[in-house]
Design a binder for this molecule. Structure first.
Ligand SMILES: N[C@@H](CCC(=O)N[C@@H](CSC=O)C(=O)NCC(=O)O)C(=O)O
Length: 291
């Protein structure tokens, strides 16, 4: 059994499994939460999967506890995977010095610069190791449909969802994001993270990991992309998110199927997330054949 089960919690008629496994990509134990809907628990029908990527400082707990994805996912028969946001316990110098870099802030990239290249490989972990380990697991694989996967996320995780979707055309059926960082090469959070993970001068690597840059050369026809941003979000007001830059790139590149919505007065918190999580689950469900 690849996963150790730390807790099994009843939620909206399904089960939330709090799991841990040993990752060869990060070189650490990794926590992950998995919600299995009642339909998959009580029959042999496998559930399509939505991967949710969390923001800065988060663990798998934040969204499982207060994102309310399980509400609609349970009704529709969708499984939800809540991974962690970075390796933990590598003990790299400076790893815990700030809340927006290092532990809890892996940015879903493969770091190329020392010491972060030792284990800060969250792109590889989320794209390959975690799904292949889950889908082939003797206990949990039987619940999950490996051919029907979508991705979503919040803030740093919203950017992770956008970039992993754009980098891996066809792997995910759709993408959505809440208050995503849209153009990290141009905002303080992203400049700090990319300088650390890739090096301040390595702008080619920055481009390959920036959603606004990636969409300029994206080859797909229909982006199936939903983005919500709150107009009362202080991080939006401070220029950390820059959704307008993404919208401009979408327009210039002629990409179809991108819906960016500005939600009046909503902030950056999980009150915002929970208010729209049903709609993001519906967006995923539409392309996963559940609606
Ligand atoms: N500690 C910080 C605030 C950190 C924060 O707001 N994190 C967000 C994600 S921000 C972008 O990735 C979050 O999701 N926090 C967890 C939560 O449960 O709200 C500060 O002091 O400003």
């Amino acid at each position: 059994m690849a996963f150790a089960t730390k807790a099994t919690i009843a939620s909206f008629g399904g089960k939330l499994f709090k799991l841990s496994h040993s990752s060869s990509t990060t070189g650490t134990p990794m926590a992950v939460n998995l919600f299995v809907p009642p339909s998959a628990l009580s029959s042999s029908k496998k559930a399509p999967v939505l991967i949710y990527l969390s923001g800065l400082t988060c663990s798998p707990e934040n969204c499982s506890e207060k994102g309310f994805f399980q509400h609609r996912a349970s009704q529709l028969g969708l499984a939800v995977v809540y991974p962690d946001t970075s390796p933990r316990g590598l003990d790299l110098p400076g790893e815990k010095d700030s809340w927006d870099f290092g532990e809890g802030a892996g940015f879903y990239v493969n770091a190329t610069q020392q010491p972060w290249s030792k284990g800060y490989k969250m792109d590889e972990y989320i794209t390959n190791e975690l799904p292949s380990t889950l889908f082939s697991d003797a206990e949990f694989g039987k619940y999950l449909d490996a051919d029907k996967v979508s991705i979503t996320g919040h803030s740093m995780g919203g950017h992770g969802a956008l970039t992993l979707y754009l980098k891996n055309e066809g792997k995910y059926k759709s993408v959505s994001a809440f208050a995503p960082i849209c153009n990290p090469s141009k905002c303080p959070w992203g400049e700090k993270a990319f300088s650390g993970y890739f090096g301040a001068e390595n702008k080619e690597e920055w481009k390959k990991n920036d959603a606004t840059e990636l969409i300029k050369t994206w080859g797909g026809k229909d982006a199936r992309m939903l983005i919500d941003v709150g107009t009362g979000d202080n991080f939006y007001k401070q220029g950390q998110l820059l959704p307008e830059n993404l919208e401009a790139a979408v327009k210039e590149a002629g990409v179809k199927g991108v819906d960016v919505r500005y939600q009046k007065d909503y902030d950056h918190s999980y009150y915002f997330m929970a208010s729209f999580s049903d709609e993001h689950v519906d967006h995923a469900a539409k392309y996963l054949g559940l609606l």
